[in-house]
Design a protein around this ligand. Structure first.
Ligand SMILES: Nc1nc2c(ncn2[C@@H]2O[C@H](COP(=O)(O)OP(=O)(O)OP(=O)(O)O)[C@@H](O)[C@H]2O)c(=O)[nH]1
Ligand SMILES: [Mg+2]
Length: 242
């Protein structure tokens, strides 16, 4: 219409038919002037509708932002492969090293799922049994934000001869932090270092999934478990949306 308006220089009958004869000619208006006025009115109408659409979009976006994006925190014994997992899940580059407490701070990344779903995923400092007294407070402070987590992904190094004791230590620390009520997924990592039989045995004894953080092709059961935990209750999620 904006394109047509300057071109309405005489042959305005088509436009006046379109306008449907509402309004009529004002005093002293020529037919051309009437056509122009109607087109202007129409443009104004469309523009105000577009404004409505834009407003609605902005409201939707705000709602999307307000909607709670689930927070998933990776926890586990030191050296279990937490940072490696975060990196390979999210294509990022968090510091990974074969040493105790490679990670001293938390790292946060966004991870997108199908159906426009996304989560915030955080890496944490490694848990350890019998933490030196001086470190306990600092350790607790960094783990404070675990309180915000909707789901804990507990990563276990299945190749460690002490992995069962390590699971216990992590569970105990979670209890001490008052986090034992949080939903949790147990993830046996480093399956590339042990034989399949061992993995099968462990999965028979524990409810969990098995992956190698070095190999994305093994991530599917974990992704699926996260989706199930976070979004299994569709109605509840809709309620949150409103
Ligand atoms: N073979 C193998 N090595 C792994 C796997 N996942 C992690 N690693 C190695 O394990 C070591 C520790 O990995 P990190 O990701 O730093 O472990 P972390 O749990 O973040 O350790 P902290 O930050 O110290 O608690 C690194 O040398 C990784 O390359 C895996 O699936 N297979
Ligand atoms: Mg780490």
């Amino acid at each position: 219409l904006k394109y047509m308006l300057p071109r309405l220089t005489g042959k305005g009958s088509a436009m006046s038919r379109l306008a449907g004869g509402i309004g009529g000619r004002g005093p002293g208006e020529t037919k051309l002037e009437v056509d122009r006025r109607r087109v202007k009115e129409r443009i104004h109408h469309i523009e105000s509708q577009l404004k409505e659409v834009r407003k609605a979009r902005a409201v939707q976006k705000k709602k999307r932002l307000q909607r709670h994006v689930p927070i998933v925190s990776i926890v586990g014994y030191t050296n279990a492969g937490k940072s490696t997992l975060l990196n390979n899940l999210t294509n990022s580059d968090t510091y990974v090293e074969q040493r105790m407490f490679a990670t001293l701070d938390t790292t946060t990344r966004r991870l997108r799922f199908p159906k426009d779903r996304e989560i915030i995923i955080t890496d944490t400092v490694g848990f350890i049994r019998d933490l030196p007294e001086e470190l306990v407070d600092a350790f607790r402070a960094t783990l404070d934000e675990l309180n915000d987590a909707d789901l804990l992904v507990h990563v276990v190094d299945i190749s460690s001869p002490r992995f069962e004791a390590q699971i216990e230590s992590v569970e105990r620390i979670l209890r001490d932090l008052g986090l034992d009520e949080k939903p949790r997924i147990l993830v046996f990592n480093k399956i590339d270092l042990v034989d399949e039989e061992m993995v099968r045995n462990v999965l028979n004894r524990y409810e969990g999934v098995a992956i190698s953080a070095l190999n994305r092709e093994t991530f599917y059961p974990l992704i699926e478990a996260i989706e199930r935990q976070l979004w299994k209750e569709e109605p509840a999620k809709e309620k949150v949306l409103i």
